[in-house]
Design a binder for this molecule. Structure first.
Ligand code: 5AD
Length: 325
């Protein structure tokens, strides 16, 4: 009880202290789970994600589809293919996510047409995750019916951000602000265990989520990709990621927090759902493209029909007392 009262994670220092204190973990996870249950009960939101292009103009050092990757086999789904895949995914999932590399082949207008066409044929919320665009481009997507937008700040440390992206953090935060202003539900997030990252930076990361007023946050471990310049650095630690997730739950009680695919790769899905996470994303990408969307190794690219994979997950969740929605 005393310890519970001590577990404060509102200020920069408090968060750093909790990150460094390993004796507090059990208490932290327990409280995060209590907060999650208070806000969401035993419900887990399940979303379907379609990765529709792996062309990318960015140079993110950690990412296996960055524009410097010479061995990446590139693909782009056609507008018609994407609409069909979106409508099919919406038969299973209440929210679908359309994600791609930063591929300017798809104009804002084209993305808007895809969103409105999907929504004409299926009842679902549409989340976009297509990277940095201008205010006017985001507006065009919003006007076409897009509901949410995922764009992570990746790391809140300006120097690290610049080093890994060869671009400034301010530009990324500007996009988040624009999206918020336009009325999108905003999904942010960052990686845990990036080379040179410290607990102080992680504390800044968590407070950045709060400052940007995100409605969702994807928090996952860094996983080194063999073709990138960060190969050889150790992967992010699953336990540390769970701690950061648990702090995020306490700091942002109402925020949607997925058990990220990267954390699932590290075997953390069940644990994440018991220490703060309330969302799972499943792949709804057509089979032929799944293996090509290779942002980091170990991702599940099995060919399982959407309804089967959804039912499998639902049953798995039932075993730990959770209900898929
Ligand atoms: N390890 C973990 N996560 C990664 N991402 C990209 N590359 C990696 C990696 N090597 C994450 C980023 C990005 C999301 C699409 O995938 O956070 O926002």
């Amino acid at each position: 009880m005393d310890k519970k009262r001590q577990l404060k994670v509102q200020s920069f220092e408090e968060i750093v202290n909790v990150l460094k204190d390993e004796s507090i973990n059990e208490m932290l996870f327990k409280i995060a789970n209590e907060v999650k249950i208070k806000e969401f009960g035993n419900v887990v939101f399940v979303r379907g994600i379609i990765e529709f292009s792996n062309y990318c103009r960015c140079k993110c050092a950690y990412c296996g589809i960055n524009c410097n990757m010479k061995n990446t086999v590139r693909y782009r789904m056609t507008k018609q293919e994407l609409i069909l895949a979106g409508v099919a995914a919406a038969q299973v999932y209440q929210t679908i996510i359309l994600q791609s590399g930063e591929d300017l082949y798809y104009s804002a207008q084209m993305i808007g047409e895809i969103v409105s066409e999907i929504k004409k044929h299926a009842k679902c919320a549409v989340t976009l995750s297509v990277g940095e665009r201008t205010y006017d481009e985001y507006k065009c997507m919003k006007d076409a019916g897009a509901d949410r937008f995922l764009i992570k700040h990746e790391t809140a440390d300006e120097l690290l951000y610049q080093e890994f992206h060869e671009a400034p953090l301010s530009k990324r935060l500007r996009c988040q602000q624009d999206l918020k202003e336009l009325g999108f539900e905003l999904g942010g997030g960052f990686m845990v265990g990036l080379p040179k990252q410290t607990d102080e930076i992680l504390s800044q990361d968590l407070l950045t989520l709060k400052r940007m007023d995100v409605d969702m946050a994807g928090i996952g471990p860094f996983i080194a990709h063999p073709d990138t310049t960060l190969w050889g650095y150790p992967d992010g630690d699953a336990k540390k990621t769970l701690k950061v997730l648990a702090i995020a739950r306490i700091l942002l009680p109402k925020c949607n927090l997925p058990s990220t695919t990267a954390l699932n790769v590290k075997g953390g899905m069940d644990n994440a759902l018991l220490c703060g996470a309330n969302v799972i994303m499943q792949k709804a990408t057509p089979y032929e493209y799944r293996k090509l969307y290779d942002i980091y190794p170990g991702r599940d690219a099995r060919d399982v029909p959407l309804d089967v994979q959804y039912i499998e997950l639902k049953q798995k969740l039932e075993k730990i007392g959770l209900v898929a929605k």
